[in-house]
Design a protein around this ligand. Structure first.
Ligand code: FAD
Ligand code: NAD
Length: 482
């Protein structure tokens, strides 16, 4: 069956794809977005990993578990007496699921409001501007498009020593759906997912052991910030074992199955028994059924679709955005690429500033950074000033009894231009955003220093870190006085 012709067909409705589709349609381009994911009632599930099994459900559980943890340990100091809180896991999951439904349903409405055709089925790029769509019920039809945007996303990586059965050994999706709090939880990988989901279950009472193959903790972060974060996570009870390579696992038992995980580190070979294990060792680009044989789209050495700075592939009028291509696997990176591609198709000259992609780990405290870190600047031979302000010196952080961590700001010592900002602390993601904006405008540390900040607010720590970079913070001693 021959289908419609569009200006733009987007394959995949995650944050890269649905945003690209909406923007393209806003610009007057006839647009469809193809999504293969359906629920148990055969209804299309828009929103991709992020809305369905990623950013949103994980944050819902992080927020619920943080409230539980506060009720358990954070109230007494404020003079609030409550009984021992209990967790109703089923209710917590229901809330998480309803937040997800609200948002995924919202995409359906946004498609309607923006005149994007949401098409259900697996999209396969055939060449000659044709896309084959294979619906869940087996119906097959083609649509054609002047421009094709591939936004097929990513899926969890699995490793041979710990095969995922999604009952005892789970991936990130399974870890969002436990029906009870596991007593002993193993987490393989101390990356973003391991830390966020490990924190959720640790707050609810699991004894959590994190096995990380590398010797270094958070190697992509500024060393000082990573060291501070590690200290805080350990204090919270996450038993993070660096330099520990998992070598095998053995699931056994009847109704209450457990898993023995074998690993080796510099002290030798070890085994630990867990009730559940989360495998969180990274994600890989997802290309199954996407490209017709002989299409000739180029991939890079990590199996991602190869693109230039404007997300153009080697084939004319075919673009790739989001996790399926190079760069950090982050929702906001994909969305900005989606907007850029839609706007460029419509004749605009939009670009993405890849130097300013913020990173956040949504634990408590949060860890967030943007731009270069100290180690990168040293390696590049750039001279820089460092301004550090600890939250322990922030009136607002102390008032909230939430004063762990610091803001660290790096500025060029010749031009004073801000080169990076690294935060571990409460609300780090939101605090960082003001520096992302400042850096987008090429601000100097002095620009931030001369800006008036409300008192008392956590953001004053950012102000003080900027002052400290030039040696004149008010509420701490300065490394250098200028
Ligand atoms: P995806 O969201 O993966 O969407 C791709 C879509 O394409 C899917 O719906 C898929 O079904 C569909 N698809 C694939 N192939 C086809 C085909 N052939 N035909 C039709 N449809 C197809 N990032 C953040 O920035 N912040 C966070 O807090 C965060 N938290 C996360 C927590 C977890 C637990 C996980 C797993 C990830 C998290 N991420 C977070 C990462 C984020 O989810 C991804 O970076 C983001 O979803 C990538 O968007 P995307 O649109 O490229 O791909
Ligand atoms: P990751 O790359 O962040 O971390 C994986 C960790 O597993 C690394 O530290 C790695 O050294 C370790 N590892 C790899 N193989 C191992 C092995 N065999 N044994 C032990 N450790 C091993 O990946 P992730 O945590 O799975 O997250 C996947 C992606 O999802 C990330 O790219 C991230 O950007 C994205 N994500 C983002 C957020 C956020 O923005 N807050 C949250 C969750 C996920």
């Amino acid at each position: 069956m021959m289908g419609k012709h569009y200006d733009v067909v987007v394959i995949g409705s995650g944050p890269a794809g649905y945003v690209a589709a909406i923007r393209a349609s806003q610009l007057g381009l006839t647009t469809a977005c193809v999504e293969k994911w359906v629920d148990e009632d055969n209804q299309t599930k828009f929103g991709g990993t992020c809305l369905n099994v990623g950013c949103i459900p994980s944050k819902a559980l992080l927020d619920s578990s943080y409230k539980f943890h506060e009720a358990q340990e954070g109230f007494d100091i404020h003079g609030i007496k409550v009984g021992k809180p209990k967790i109703d896991v089923a209710k917590m999951m229901d809330r998480k699921n309803s937040v997800v439904s609200q948002l995924t349903g919202g995409i359906k409405s946004l498609f309607g409001a923006n005149k994007v055709d949401g098409l259900s089925g697996i999209g396969t790029v055939l060449g000659d501007n044709q896309i084959r769509i294979t619906a869940q019920d087996g119906t097959v039809f083609n649509v054609s498009a002047k421009n094709i945007i591939i936004a097929s996303g990513s899926v969890p990586i699995t490793i041979a020593p710990t095969p995922v059965d999604n009952e005892v050994v789970v991936d990130s999706t399974g870890a969002l759906d436990f029906d009870e709090v596991p007593k002993r939880l193993g987490v393989i990988g101390s990356g973003v997912i391991g830390l966020e989901l490990g924190s959720v279950w640790a707050r609810l009472g699991s004894q959590v052991v994190v096995l990380e193959a590398l010797d270094e903790f958070l190697p992509m972060a500024d060393k000082q910030i990573a060291k501070e974060a590690l200290k805080i996570y350990k204090k919270q009870g996450l038993d993070i074992q660096l330099g520990s390579r998992v070598t095998g696992s053995n699931v056994s038992g009847g109704a209450n199955r457990t898993v023995i995980v074998e690993f080796s580190n510099s002290q030798g070979d070890h085994q630990i028994t867990f009730d559940k294990v989360i495998v969180a060792v990274g994600r890989r680009p997802y290309l199954d059924d996407l490209l017709d044989d002989g299409l000739g789209i180029e991939l890079d050495d990590r199996g991602r679709i190869k693109v230039n700075a404007h997300c153009e592939t080697n084939l004319p009028s075919i673009y790739a955005v989001g996790d399926v291509t190079r760069g950090p696997m982050l929702a906001h990176k994909g969305s900005e690429e989606g907007v850029m591609v839609a706007e460029r198709i419509a004749g605009k000259m939009t670009q993405v500033n890849y130097d300013l992609v913020p990173s956040v780990i949504y634990t408590h405290p949060e860890v967030a950074w943007v731009g270069k870190n100290e180690e990168e600047l040293k390696a590049d031979g750039i001279e820089f000033n460092v301004g550090v302000f600890p939250f322990a010196a922030s009136g607002r952080a102390l008032a909230a009894n939430d004063a762990e961590g610091m803001v660290k700001l790096l500025a060029d010592s010749n031009t004073d231009r801000i080169l990076g900002c690294h935060i571990v602390g409460a609300s780090a993601a939101d605090l960082l955003q003001q520096i992302v904006i400042a850096m987008e405008f090429s601000a100097s540390a002095e620009d931030i220093g001369l800006t008036m900040f409300s008192h008392p607010a956590l953001s004053e720590a950012v102000h003080e870190a900027a002052l400290a970079a030039n040696g004149h913070a008010i509420h701490i001693g300065n490394r250098k006085r200028r």
